[in-house]
Design a binder for this molecule. Sequence first.
Ligand SMILES: *[C@@H]1O[C@H](CO)[C@@H](O)[C@H](O)[C@H]1NC(C)=O
Ligand SMILES: *[C@@H]1O[C@H](CO)[C@@H](O)[C@H](O)[C@H]1NC(C)=O
Length: 271
Amino acid sequence: MEYATYSKVNQESSDASKSDFSEDEGGSLLMSQQPKSFVARLSYAVKRSWWVAGPLLWLLSLLATWIIASVASKSPYDISVGLDTELELFKPHIEMYKTTFSSDLDWDANGTLWRISRPGSLQYVGDPSPEIDANWEDLTQGVAIDIKGPEAKGIEGTTYQKPDGSWFLAIEAFHQLHCLNMIRKALDVEHYGINEKDQSDTHPWRMHIEHCIDALREAIMCRAEVAPIPMEFNAKYRMARPAFVAVEHTCRNFTQIRDFMSQYKATQPLF
Ligand SMILES: *[C@@H]1O[C@H](CO)[C@@H](O)[C@H](O)[C@H]1NC(C)=O
Ligand SMILES: *[C@@H]1O[C@H](CO)[C@@H](O)[C@H](O)[C@H]1NC(C)=O
């Protein structure tokens, strides 16, 4: 019974609005044949005044293109402008370029593999030498930085603050290079000695080096570069083997980032 009552009230109110509408606009609707829905009215207006609406729509589409383009250029997934998981301070110093890698192998005429490196390129591997160690030190820059003042914007409170007020933190790329250098040194334990406390361990660096291998595995998987590696037929193996031709890679300019980082190099190196 109650349901019927509500139903009746609704019916009455809708009837009432209908009749209000007919009284107010019914006459003009009949006279001008003007469509009543918004979209229909808009299209009617557009048809009548396309010379106004045309340029307006053109401007609107230009504006939409501009908005979409500027949003896209700020994508948090664009490595050329910096990711939202990276330090703001470094982003203006990110620069991309295409290059080939200088570290390579090649086959000699007898099908034996040799390590080759581009003439003039710095040495990072080989028998331990002060020169090689210095080259690595130049890359890693002590891994950590001190930042204070306005440049520490966004970092405050997220890391250790030194008594002088500067914020102390390490930068991932430099940590990764430090890790790679640890693995390199592990090839020559006799030369580099051991730096861990537990001398009873059969390989004292093992825990640290295993961490480094895992960290580099994740870093490489994180970037997941999909550049091609061409193959060629190898007479000795009678099968296709890597051709070791120079392949282009799209890179961040590491030197640029390293030079910027070195201005903030921590007063005490982390490692
Ligand atoms: C290839 O092997 C031959 C025969 O053993 C040797 O005479 C020659 O020097 C080798 N060539 C290279 C590039 O090593
Ligand atoms: C990378 O940056 C360094 C330092 O600013 C600069 O000297 C070098 O020319 C840059 N390399 C490329 C390929 O742009």
